[in-house]
Ligand binder design. Structure first.
Ligand code: AMP
Length: 440
């Protein structure tokens, strides 16, 4: 099957040809007719399955030119990076169409974005908070939105955007087509979908296993941060010079710490992104990674979700991800669109439970590779790795209990004894009365 078999329009076919996309992915072919029928749709698809095109193609195919300056297509995504990525996909697909697309997200000046919205848009991509802000001040009118996509709804909900989504719904027309995409169908996602979609049709990307099959997964045991650094340095030296290596860490602090450790040896070829870095810095770093100017990028989970970098050859989980779904998300950055990839995970003693959860989700055990002899591990642990000592706080005097009766069992005889301290001064006073003061 090719894109020519989908009932698309000529400008879209031409754009796809120019992009070199020939064969639709599973979610693209399975979802196309469902979405074209106008029904509410739930797409179960993780990043790397071609889910963005899966909803963009039918949306753009059904789009009709209108003099209305307000968006007909609204796409809600959880992160700024994803906004940029979806906007860029729309731009690429509409090179032969007269479609105005724009992206809005928080953390930047709202006036500039408001001005862009006022100029008139056909497709608006944005994060929930900023869409709501612009709708609330009346700049953005959503009553013309006929197609509403919520991409990565699982992530959007887990970031706490549910109230914003519900408020956005209040601005939308009742008659609209909803298309919701999620990597997982958790209880939270299912409840949300049950409440807000009308008899949706469910389409699924190729089973997680099929894209994962293209990824060569392996794991190494490494006891602590510094040992992991030594192992990572060794692996980086081994990877071919043209590789693109995405290294995942669990927190922003660790991302910076790892950057400091690797910088002396990797210098120019290393980058780091996380949510504490400025927007411009993030865009530039991702672009440098995409262009190959840097070939090792350290990232945290949330940020990495939104980045669309083609040809990532290696994903290295410096820290094991907390949820098994995140493992799938992370390794899904490699082995994309019919390419093979390598995923390497460092596992320490305390990661056993997380490892089991991942293996259970994949229904497959991760195979471990022996750590090469030339890599020397250390037992030294850094401050943040030390087990937290529980410092006993001050003893707090508890208030006396009121209205309590006698204890329910009699005290034993030996416990009834009361120790009385002999006070000589008091005894003398009782015997002889108060001492008289000498007169001068
Ligand atoms: P997504 O899952 O939407 O994040 O897309 C993953 C990557 O695959 C993006 O870089 C797309 O441009 C690319 N892609 C999407 N569909 C196809 C296709 N049918 N053929 C080749 N590449 C594709």
């Amino acid at each position: 099957m090719t894109f020519r078999d989908l009932n698309l329009k000529k400008p879209l076919w031409n754009a796809l040809d120019e992009l070199g996309y020939v064969t639709p992915t599973t979610i693209q072919s399975a979802g196309f007719n469902v979405m074209m029928s106008g029904k509410d749709t739930i797409g179960i698809a993780q990043t790397g399955t071609g889910k963005t095109l899966a909803y963009l193609l039918p949306c753009l195919c059904m789009w009709k030119f209108s003099k209305e300056p307000h968006p007909q297509i609204l796409i809600i995504v959880p992160t700024r990076e994803l906004v940029a990525q979806v906007v860029s996909e729309v731009e690429k697909l509409t090179v032969h169409m007269n479609v105005a697309v724009g992206g809005v997200y928080g953390g930047t000046n709202m006036n500039t974005q408001a001005a862009m919205v006022l100029q008139g848009l056909d497709v608006l991509v944005g994060t929930p908070g900023r869409i709501l802000d612009l709708a609330a001040i009346g700049t953005l009118q959503l009553k013309h939105a006929k197609k509403v996509v919520i991409d990565e709804v699982d992530e959007t909900l887990s970031l706490g955007f549910r109230p914003q989504l519900l408020r956005i719904f209040e601005f939308l027309p009742n008659k609209r087509q909803n298309m919701v995409f999620s990597a997982t169908l958790s209880e939270e996602v299912s409840n949300f979908l049950d409440d807000y979609l009308t008899t949706p049709v469910r389409v699924e990307a190729a089973r997680a296993g099929s894209s994962i099959d293209k990824i060569d997964q392996t794991a190494y045991r490494a006891p602590n941060f510094l040992s992991k650094v030594a192992l990572l340095q060794h692996l980086l030296v081994q990877t071919p010079i043209e590789s693109k290596v995405l290294v995942f860490v669990s927190s922003r602090t660790l991302a910076d710490l790892l950057y400091e450790e690797l910088e002396p040896s990797l210098a120019e070829s290393l980058g780091v992104i996380h949510s504490n870095k400025a927007q411009n810095f993030r865009f530039n770093t991702v672009q440098n990674f995409q262009s190959g100017a840097i070939n090792v990028l350290i990232a945290t989970d949330l940020i990495a979700r939104g980045i669309d970098v083609t040809d990532v050859s290696h994903v290295i989980n410096f820290d094991i991800p907390e949820s098994p779904e995140n493992y799938i998300h992370r390794i899904g950055r490699t082995g994309r669109a019919d390419k093979n990839g390598v995923a390497i995970t460092f596992v320490s003693e305390k990661d056993q439970a997380a490892l089991q959860a991942i293996e259970a989700l994949m229904q497959k055990e991760l195979s471990f590779t022996e750590v090469p002899e030339e890599v020397s591990f250390t037992m030294e642990i850094l401050e943040f790795e030390k087990p937290k000592l529980v410092v006993p706080g001050k003893l707090i005097k508890l208030p006396k209990r009121e209205n309590v009766g006698p204890s329910f069992h009699e005290k034993k005889a030996k416990n009834k004894k009361v120790n009385v301290r002999y006070d000589h001064k008091k005894a003398m006073q009782e015997k002889y009365g108060k001492p008289k003061r000498k007169r001068n």
